[in-house]
Design a protein around this ligand. Structure first.
Ligand code: HEM
Length: 407
């Protein structure tokens, strides 16, 4: 066997470098030669789009930090300063603000693709689990970021959401006070939320690296629209140029609505109350979270009844957290041998019903917590969990369509 040693007489500076740190060959193996199934459709664009959206958030966020003031007395005005006085500040802020919404749109579609084509099934359980973790981290980051402009919704949203932690028996109240750094949301809360909002995107970046490592593992690789295991070399094409071109095209299409919103309607997805400075003495008429939290907010509020000694508030928080955490165990719940919904007639209908119900929950989340919306939220919450809990039985009774032998 040849000795694994560096070449003492490298033919080029590149070889000298590569012998010591094989960075170029690593990039080439993962981004150029990576064997990708040749039949991937546009639903597979959303992973790379999510990556670009994350980078854009980090870059624009970094420039915002140069002018933002994490001080309860200055934060609101510093945002106005960015919008009015800082060169291109309005653009940087709009890109960051609209970028957050678009990041969620992209990741929701990315998750939906995974659900439809069964990408969470073996051997991609860890890849999927990393994704769910990223989703939790994204939600935390977005929540923390929304507090920073220190408007009315920032303040009262933070108040409502941090208060949820008080449901933890015995220690809940103490944890909330510790988290606030005082006896209510205050200046100390703002500064620590700012630190965390700066930190978490880099944690997400790290988990994305693991996510991609799990994907590029040669024993795993990408799923494909048929969901079947690919065995022949001819089923794959090198990532470059086939998917670099396709991803670039996808990015160009994505940029059209994204930049349209950035330039023409940057506040459309936000709440007008956040242009009123935070006022601890005035509660807004309706406290509504950002649109991407609405389905989960509806689940939280749907539980307005106690069960035995368990308080409705505690149950609501448990329901809300479980509605996302249940994704972790999806690979265990869905025992069907067939991955893609293309060949699963019952699952396909369930999937689309689940999506429709998810939109319905989102709509309900924006409504006031009163009848008939509460009753509707309860039904929609039951349907939401019903989807997951029915999967073990569906796998047993479903007659799947014959699978193709190759792509
Ligand atoms: C920052 C957020 C995320 C980034 C940057 C990201 C990135 C990627 C990329 C680049 C791919 C390969 C291309 C593709 O298949 O689309 C991928 C695949 C995948 N991702 Fe993500 N992802 C993110 C979040 C998530 C989330 C939240 C989930 C699920 C809860 C998830 C689940 C998956 C799965 C299952 C695959 C394999 C898909 C397949 O081969 O069919 N990802 N991800």
């Amino acid at each position: 066997m040849a000795k694994q040693q560096v070449n003492p007489n490298p033919s080029s500076k590149l070889e000298w470098f590569e012998d010591r740190l094989p960075l170029i060959s690593f990039m080439k193996a993962e981004l150029v030669d990576y064997p990708a199934p040749k039949n991937l459709n546009y639903a597979w664009n959303f992973g790379s789009l999510a990556g670009i959206a994350l980078i854009l958030q980090i870059l624009t966020g970094f420039f915002l930090t140069m002018h933002y003031k994490a001080d309860a007395g200055l934060a609101f005005d510093s945002i106005q300063h960015i919008m009015r006085d800082v060169n291109w500040g309005w653009l940087i802020r709009n890109l960051h603000m609209v970028g957050a919404s678009f990041f969620f749109i992209v990741v929701y579609i990315h998750i939906g693709r995974g659900l439809y084509y069964g990408s969470y099934k073996s051997p991609r359980e860890i890849l999927w689990g990393m994704g769910v973790l990223i989703f939790f981290l994204m939600m935390a980051t977005a929540f923390l970021g929304y507090v920073l402009p220190w408007g009315q919704m920032s303040f009262w949203g933070a108040q409502v959401i941090t208060n949820l932690i008080s449901v933890i028996p015995l220690v809940g109240d103490d944890i909330v006070i510790w988290l606030w750094g005082g006896y209510g949301v205050n200046d100390a809360t703002l500064t620590r939320f700012y630190s965390l909002h700066f930190l978490l995107p880099f944690v997400i970046l790290g988990v994305v690296f693991l996510h991609l490592w799990a994907l590029h593992n040669r024993k795993v690789k990408s799923n494909n629209p048929t969901g079947i295991d690919l065995k022949k070399d001819t089923d794959f094409v090198p990532f470059h140029p086939y998917y670099t071109i396709k991803d670039t095209f996808g990015l160009a299409v994505y940029m059209l609505p994204f930049l349209f919103m950035v330039f023409y309607m940057p506040d459309y997805l936000g709440h007008t109350d956040n242009y009123i400075p935070a006022d601890p003495m005035t509660t807004p008429a309706h406290i509504v979270p950002e649109w991407y939290f609405l389905p989960f907010y509806a689940i939280l509020r749907a539980i307005n009844f106690n069960i035995l000694f368990l308080d409705s508030k505690l149950l609501g928080v448990i329901a809300m957290v479980s509605s996302i955490a249940i994704l972790f165990i999806l690979p265990i719940l869905d025992k069907s041998k067939v991955r893609s919904a293309r060949f699963r007639p019952i699952y396909k209908v369930m999937f689309w019903a689940f999506i429709a119900n998810f939109f319905f929950l989102g709509w309900l989340g924006a409504k006031p917590a009163e009848q008939p919306y509460t009753a509707m939220s309860q039904v929609a919450t039951a349907l939401y969990f019903g989807f997951f809990l029915a999967l073990p039985w569906i796998a047993k009774i479903e007659k799947t369509k014959p699978l193709p032998t190759s792509i």
